[in-house]
Design a protein around this ligand. Structure first.
Ligand code: GLC
Length: 476
């Protein structure tokens, strides 16, 4: 009989339950992709991967299908903290939802109040481990993600667990290094978990992500290039020295995308389905998007798309700057996203400046996002840093060519002048240059179509990444 490897996958957010950023896509898809691997692809083991996420307010309001399965309490400052566990089966994936006062009191997934978030995610990380005692299911591996759940790995390493998880190994995937989490000294103490003497830099010794990096047997960056960049001053968030001296614990595995959901052949959110074989059909989507957003319906005008969280990381300001300098030739742009109000306002200003060229929608809208991938010609993604990036892969799958900074996962997924355009540096000048190059090739319809077909032929499905994670689980 083959061995079953039990993996508890922990994350702050996961589709289809709650999504703020790319972490949710990964946490929603990777556990499923792992479960779907054949035993052969998983290296001769069966993978029993289960997901646990906090029962955020937004999920609670829509929780008809959740079954209560356990209640217990954690000790905090000498008092009992009740925890409730709910369960659902999401198309074959067992999902646990952890509820309790620190999770219920905060209205949003991530709060501007870092003390609230510190308590919420400490509670979640510890409660999720404690939960396994009540499931009759002892994980062989705890797979934490980002700072929010990194403390689960730390608590395991500190043997905060009497009983059955003595042999359990931990693994931490880093989706966004600069988010280290708030100082956690008081929180840990209240749960009776000491702050260990680590070899972390002193300033980082009480923050969840560094503690998780220290405690985990393996740390995975979401792309090979980001794994290398994390060792440099520009991208290392101050931890580059520490990480460099623990290089052997660090590796990179590129994310995938949900190739079934993001399939232009079957996507019902777009006006006209298409594929590389019937690429002509794609133009109906451009016309449809132009019509929907009130732009001139004209297939010859290059149409740029942006779908993004509006944060400094994503370099939206660079994209807006490059567009506003593009005066000589006609162009149009559709921009969708929410985030920092300063960047949202800057986008709105560009719309005011070019009312018949630019449409800006400040919201999260999956259906409109898909229309943008299917209808625009070029996808702007001048990220200042990009651990992996998912939307450039979705864009390519829909024949929309990305123009992106050669960093992190962008560099690992885009082939310059074959499937998109890469440029070095994080400034408007180099982006503008790349945009001009792209526009030149756009004039050559055959060349452009070849690039579109190349991009659409790339395999970004989760299977490849899942195989690498499976091998890693097995090695642990
Ligand atoms: C974060 C990163 C992004 C990555 C995503 C999923 O959002 O910023 O680059 O694709 O996590 O790993």
């Amino acid at each position: 009989m083959s061995k079953t490897l039990k993996v508890l996958f922990l994350a702050a957010e996961a589709t289809p339950f709650v999504k703020i950023g790319g972490l949710a896509d990964v946490a929603g898809a990777l556990p499923r992709a792992l479960r779907a691997l054949s035993e052969e692809d998983a290296g001769g083991v069966k993978l029993d991967v289960r997901l646990a996420i906090p029962l955020h307010m937004v999920i609670r309001n829509d929780s008809a299908t959740l079954r209560p399965i356990a209640t217990f309490s954690l000790q905090r400052s000498g008092a009992e903290m009740p925890v409730q566990i709910f369960e659902t089966n999401s198309e074959g994936l067992p999902v646990y939802f952890v509820a309790g006062e620190p999770i219920t009191t905060s209205a949003s997934v991530y709060s501007a109040n870092s003390a609230l978030d510190g308590e919420k995610y400490t509670f979640f990380s510890l409660a999720a481990l404690e939960m396994t005692k009540h499931l009759d299911w002892v994980p062989d591996i705890v797979h934490a993600n980002d700072w929010h759940t990194a403390l689960a790995s730390y608590a395991l390493q500190m043997k905060h667990w009497n009983g059955e998880m003595q042999e359990t190994k931990s693994l931490l995937t880093v989706h966004n290094l600069p988010f280290l989490g708030p100082d956690i000294t008081g929180r840990l103490a209240s749960y009776g978990l000491p702050l260990s003497a680590t070899d972390l830099p002193k300033w980082a010794h009480a923050q969840p992500l560094p503690l998780g990096l220290w405690a985990s047997k393996k740390n995975v960056a979401v792309s090979p290039t980001y794994a290398e960049e994390m060792l440099t001053k520009e991208f290392g968030a101050g931890l580059e020295g520490y990480l460099a001296s623990h290089k052997d614990t660090l590796m990179g595995i590129i994310n995938g995308i949900d190739a079934e959901s993001y399939n232009p052949k079957t996507d019902t959110a777009i006006p006209t389905q298409f594929s590389a074989e019937i690429l002509e059909e794609r133009s109906w989507n451009k016309a449809g998007l132009q019509q929907l957003t009130g732009l001139d319906i004209d297939s010859s005008i290059p149409l740029f798309g942006i779908v993004s969280r509006m944060t400094g990381q994503k370099g939206i300001d660079l994209a807006l700057g490059a567009l506003s300098r593009l005066k000589k030739t006609p162009w149009q742009a559709v921009i969708l996203g929410t985030g920092d109000s300063a960047i949202e306002k800057q986008a709105k200003r560009l719309e005011k400046l070019f009312p018949d060229r630019v449409k800006v929608e400040i919201r999260y809208d999956d259906r409109l996002a898909r229309k943008i991938y299917a209808g625009t010609d070029m996808f702007l993604m001048p990220s200042r840093y990009e651990p992996c990036g998912l939307s450039q892969m979705v864009a390519m799958r829909y024949g929309c060519l990305p123009i992106a900074r050669a960093t992190g996962g962008l560099k690992d997924t885009i082939k310059h002048e074959e499937t998109g355009f890469l440029f070095e540096g994080d400034n408007i000048k180099s982006l503008s240059k790349a945009v001009r190059e792209a526009l030149k090739i756009y004039e050559d319809k055959n060349h452009w179509k070849t690039m579109q077909r190349n991009a659409m032929a790339e395999d970004f499905s989760w299977k490849n990444s899942a195989k690498q994670y499976a091998a890693l689980y097995k090695s642990l």
